[in-house]
Design a protein. Structure first.
Length: 123
């Protein structure tokens, strides 16, 4: 997977087995470990808590896949130090866009209602 891509399509699975694809921003620690963030009450977070099985593929901003799907495992990050690392990586990658997103999230009080998800590719 291209770690320099702007977006990935993050595929999680409902309990029924139906796939749900969501285009998201992501930042990579290395080629096998990536972070993304979401509202803590979003469906993708609930699905990750139910099952770590997931897939990812590079995509455009609307979710149109641009590359092959890769199996991965997704985990909700609970450690505050790891959460800070994830946000630093996302800010480094997306710059003013991430800062602006954070600004409005703080302004609306939603910044503390986020979840960070770590993706680990099937090595």
């Amino acid at each position: 997977m291209d770690i320099n891509a702007r977006y990935i399509s993050f595929r999680t699975f409902r309990r029924s087995g139906i796939a749900v694809d969501t285009p998201v921003w992501f930042a990579s620690v290395d080629p096998d470990s990536h972070y993304l963030f979401s509202a803590a009450d979003a469906g993708k977070v609930k699905r990750v808590k139910n099952s770590s099985t997931a897939q990812m593929a590079t995509c455009d901003m609307r979710g149109g896949t641009l590359g092959l799907w890769h199996d991965c495992h997704a985990y909700v990050v609970l450690d505050s130090a790891e959460t800070n690392i994830a946000y630093a990586l996302l800010t480094r990658k997306y710059g003013w866009q991430m800062r602006l997103t954070n600004f409005f999230s703080r302004l609306s009080g939603r910044i503390n209602q986020r979840a960070v998800i770590r993706l680990e590719s099937g090595k």
